[in-house]
Design a protein around this ligand. Sequence first.
Ligand SMILES: Cc1cc2nc3c(=O)[nH]c(=O)nc-3n(C[C@H](O)[C@H](O)[C@H](O)COP(=O)(O)OP(=O)(O)OC[C@H]3O[C@@H](n4cnc5c(N)ncnc54)[C@H](O)[C@@H]3O)c2cc1C
Length: 492
Amino acid sequence: MTKQKLIIYWSRRDFRLLDNPALYNAVEKAKEEKVLFLPIYILDNALLGGNEGNIGYPRRFYLSKILSKFINKFDCFSVLAGTPNDIFRELSKHYDIYIYVNHDVESYSRKRDQEIADLIGSDKFFASKDQLTVPKDTISGSGSLYTVFSPFRNTVLQGFLKSVTFQKPQLNDIKYAQNISFDNYDITSLDLELKNIDKSQQLIFNLINKQWQVRFGKDQTISLDAIWNRPDYSNWYSSEDEAIAQFEDFVRNKILNYKENRDSLALDLQGNGQTSKMSLALKWGLISSRTIKEIVLRQHGGLEKEGVFSYISEIIWREFYKYILYNNPSVLDLEFQKRFQNNEIKWVDDKTALYRFEKWIKGETGYEVVDAAMHQIANTGWMHNRSRMIVASVLTKNLGVDWRWGQDYFRAVLLDLDEASNNGGWQWAASVGADPKPIRIFNPYLQQENYDNNKEYIRFWLPKNYNIHEPIVDHKQAREEALKRYGLGSKK
Ligand SMILES: Cc1cc2nc3c(=O)[nH]c(=O)nc-3n(C[C@H](O)[C@H](O)[C@H](O)COP(=O)(O)OP(=O)(O)OC[C@H]3O[C@@H](n4cnc5c(N)ncnc54)[C@H](O)[C@@H]3O)c2cc1C
């Protein structure tokens, strides 16, 4: 018997209707051929199943929230728990399946997609450009890949500005595959009404709710449940419509002053801050970078105004780090700069590092601006970019702790965790990454003076019972030690 044709839109981190190439193409194809359509999300065992990774409580909780809202936009949507390989193998026993996805740059995603394409046939697996929108193999005039940001930006900017977006697909006259049931994998067949957002969020969250901990170093763990209360992140947008509304407000009211205001920690407390806070929306695909660009250009015409140019430049930074990760998958574990790849930097010994790392996590370093920022991240799942740079510099330079530990902690606490940007940020702060600058050691006191002169940020985030004390390492002495660690003697 010939199998019925089934067009699948497999959603991963693209919880939106607007400018969603995979969804648009899948819907169009299903309508054109008048065949069955099935949108699905897989709660992937390899990512969410065990406690072993650093997908901590924050991302699990947020995923359950945004996914439950997204599935509500469809008349029928399957949420499955298992491994993609098992699920598609099972499905292809009964149907002739065609899968549409948006491409990602992370190694796990690339390998997973390759396996599925091999399983069903690469002519039935359609991947659209999405997370990285500029050409992933962009090369410089000398024929090599870019390693420095500005020339990369200059090369890709025009193409990015011209990129086109996909409209929302018309879902009304689609023929959903209604009665498909998957033994072992199907959570939608459980006796709960998935159209009820609160219930479906609870259902999804219960399935993936694990301990909140950070895994780092040589298989070490610290329980974060023992340190922090679990926030509910209710101040954050959690759907495409809410994210777009927030962004339009930023573009109307704040983007023109973005260049002057983006670094100010004090200003971040007024209203919802002076930066766009789009990192969550971009990470989870509630909005695409192309839509961001379109909204900006619609409001301001071009990039002539400083704030607008500066903002779009940051969006290209995001592309740059994705390009770096795509072309250098080893950076998640290894320094980008070859000269540091053989353990050239002698981090402090493990016992000292563990003590300092815990103090840093808890916001007890004694550097007030650092401690305030560590409370911000734990309580909101987000941290201001200036603070991310300060805390990362202090962990790696002042405290002498391996940047990979910091990368792991951010993985466990950030809602906007993006492997490429997180890695790029940590490698930059540790002076081992792409776009190399001279080895720079932030002075936390000067940073606080420059960006939170009246201590508004500090007062806002430090808990009432914060114990003001001398820092656990003296900045001047730590600076000398850091310079030696990087093989620079005691130069000033
Ligand atoms: C150590 C460290 C870790 C970081 N980890 C992440 C992460 O996991 N996820 C993440 O999205 N960003 C990360 N960043 C980059 C940056 O801090 C955040 O993107 C930014 O703070 C998000 O706030 P926003 O959306 O208001 O930014 P805005 O200032 O409004 O910028 C708009 C967008 O541009 C992009 N962007 C801005 N700055 C950067 C940057 N330095 N690098 C890459 N993209 C940028 C982001 O997508 C951001 O949403 C990290 C930076 C550092 C120093």
